[in-house]
Design a protein around this ligand. Structure first.
Ligand SMILES: Nc1ncnc2c1ncn2[C@@H]1O[C@H](COP(=O)(O)OP(=O)(O)OP(=O)(O)O)[C@@H](O)[C@H]1O
Ligand SMILES: [Mg+2]
Length: 279
């Protein structure tokens, strides 16, 4: 018992032999892995490999067909789902802001549901807008259609943080952005995570993003977890499936080195390959 209690403290989330089937088709199979408190676990893998399904098994949008997902030591089947989701901020793949709500109303949604006093909610909304680098005076009263894609994604992250949940699930939160905006948001995330130390499960199929943001990388293929390693471990993985992912990344790295060997005139490409990302 003592051990189980210690594990629950250390592991914010734990998958124990989890299968999830639709009809007789397994979408994920035999998932067994811990997510330690305060870590950023990246779920990396090709489209359709089961990443979103795995996230939904954490916040109880899906329940395992067999096995258990423990959140704070308790299986999702035993959680009151409303209580469970209060522990978990969720940024879905398409952001999912409510179009008829202002930015402030979108971010303040969960605090309002929790019946925080209006003044406290507003203060929190403004604080979060600052946190994700959006000027409250400029953005709080806008509607989602009055924002760029990158700004909408910032609002999505702010909304997930609103009630200060210990766990954050992010499903390709920076997908479909131009590389510079994406890099800005990745930097914002790294800064935030340094201060907040949330337990984060972050889905991406972008290898560079995985290596930059993750403390652990869970590599998925066809509904199975092939490996769970540090970014460094993944980078040096000899698995052919991992190599295929790394190939594109190494090509960019080689290109960067080749370009750096060029005569030192102003090259716009140097901007595109910042050194701090490659180290
Ligand atoms: N409601 C559903 N009914 C049947 N099959 C589904 C359903 N939802 C997802 N799937 C299938 O389950 C598999 C895993 O889907 P999932 O959404 O978890 O993939 P993913 O890794 O998140 O992919 P992507 O990177 O494209 O978002 C896919 O083959 C998908 O077609
Ligand atoms: Mg997905």
């Amino acid at each position: 018992m003592e051990n189980a209690h210690e594990n629950a403290k250390e592991n914010a989330i734990e998958f124990c032999q989890v299968d999830y089937l639709r009809g007789d088709r397994p979408l994920v199979q035999q998932l067994t892995f811990p997510v330690k408190s305060g870590e950023t676990l990246i779920l990396l893998g090709q489209s359709g490999c089961g990443k979103t399904t795995t996230l939904k098994l954490i916040n109880g949008l899906l329940l395992p067909t067999s096995g258990q997902v423990l959140v704070s030591g308790k299986p999702t089947q035993q959680w009151d789902l409303i209580q469970l989701r209060r522990q978990i901020g969720y940024v879905i793949q398409e952001i999912g802001l409510f179009p008829h709500f202002t930015v402030a109303q979108n971010i303040g949604l969960v605090p309002s549901l929790l019946e925080w006093p209006a003044g406290k909610t507003q203060q929190r909304v403004y604080e979060l807008l600052e946190t994700v680098d959006l000027n409250p005076a400029q953005f709080a009263q806008r509607y989602p259609h009055q924002l760029s894609g990158g700004q909408r994604q910032r609002v999505g992250v702010a909304r997930a943080l609103a009630a200060d949940p210990p766990i954050l699930l992010l499903d390709e939160p920076f997908g479909a952005l131009d590389p510079i905006t994406r890099l800005e948001l990745q930097r914002t995330f790294l800064n935030l995570q340094q201060h907040l130390q949330k337990t984060v499960v972050f889905v991406t199929h972008d290898i560079q993003e995985a290596l930059l943001l993750g403390t652990q990388i869970g590599f998925f293929q066809s509904g199975k977890l092939l490996s769970l390693t540090s970014p460094q471990g993944f980078y040096h993985s000899a698995r052919p499936e991992a190599q295929a992912f790394l190939q594109g990344f190494r090509m960019v790295d080689d290109l960067r080195k080749r370009l750096q060997g060029d005569p030192p005139h102003d090259s716009p490409l140097q901007e595109a390959f910042p050194q701090d990302l490659a180290s």
